[in-house]
Write a protein that binds this ligand. Sequence first.
Ligand SMILES: [Zn+2]
Ligand SMILES: [Zn+2]
Length: 113
Amino acid sequence: MPACETCGETITQPLCGACLGRQMAAWLQERVPERPELLLQLEDLTDDVLGDGEENCIKCRGPMRVCGRCYSEKVFSWVTRSLPFHAPEFETLFLGGVPEPVAFRPVRLLARA
Ligand SMILES: [Zn+2]
Ligand SMILES: [Zn+2]
C-alpha cells in the first residue's frame, strides 16, 4: 500500500493537494479577497506535495506523495502565521471535519515533536 511521505501512514483517503488546495483557495478568496498574494503562497505550498507518488488522487487521478491530512496540517501551520484570525475556522473546515482513528493520534504527536 502506498504510504504518505510525511507521516508514513497508508494513504486511505486519497485526495491530493491540488484538489484540497482548490477548496482552500476558494476559502481564502472568500475570507481575504484583499490579499491575493496569499493564493500564490498557497500554490507554492501545494506544488511541494505534488508529483511522483504511488497513489493517485480519487478525484483528479493525479499522483500524490503526501496524504490529505499532512497537506492540510502543512497549510494550517502557514495559515496560523499568515492569517491567525482565521486559523480556527480553517482548522474546523479542513482539519476538524474528518474523524480519524484514535490509533493514529500518537503517531502524529511523535512526528511533530
Ligand atoms: Zn501523511
Ligand atoms: Zn486531486
